[in-house]
Design a protein around this ligand. Sequence first.
Ligand code: PTJ
Length: 252
Amino acid sequence: MTDTEIPEDHPRYASLVTRHRIEAGVERGITSKQGLIAQGRGEAFDYLLGERTLPSADVAARAAAAHLLAADHPVISVNGNVAALVPDEVVALAAAVDADLEVNLFNRTPERMEAIADHLHAHGAREVKGLTGDGEIPGLEHARGTVDADGIEAADVVVVPLEDGDRAEALASIGKTEIVIDLNPGSRSPRTADVPIIDNVARAVPNMTTHARELADASPEDLQAIIESFDPEATLADAERAIREGGFSGED
Ligand code: PTJ
């Protein structure tokens, strides 16, 4: 079944399209098999959140856009799940905030690195970093800490969607401003982030782009005010509250 063969009026259309994209990503050597498990975890939290963007996640997406616009060298890290789910959307976000795209994998193999870079190029990316691998994130064992010296290593602000906790902590410990997108507010990655966005990447990435376009002409002072008024603890607490109260998406 392709995306277009799923009837749009199906009550779980968005969820089925997402599943299909991840499955196709595995078949094409983009997404790891562990990515299927990660997707299942994410889906469970999305169901509990009511498969919607919470107002608090929207505030976080706006703060993230302000950080990216104010940054000297922003980088968007792309893994196998992100490449399969939102290739057009990460390319659009990178263009809107003038950020680099860098492939950075938990399960790094040369084949997957190249397949993801090719996939992003096919979706309109001009330059894709990550394949040089001449830099490192200290404190991680070799493959997971490998980055580009002129990419994530030199970045001041990094977007890390669906990150594993160790690498999120390592990036935070070397002083990067970290924007994490993760559906689980209890996960270590959003808990170490300067800006945790508790939302599905499929909704959060285009939402950040919309905010970035709206803020494109904002002054540095206005961007700074948005950044400083953001409260990561309140965002995490609000998502946890929404999950406990239950905004379930319905049957199926
Ligand atoms: O492509 P690679 O090799 O870099 O591997 C990527 C995965 C995601 C497999 C790897 O980083 C991993 O194992 O991650 P974890 O530790 O399973 O964490 C994934 C987190 O992402 C979990 O907290 C999920 O709730 C969350 N998540 C899964 N799908 C989504 C999501 N968050 C937002 N949007 C989603 N669609």
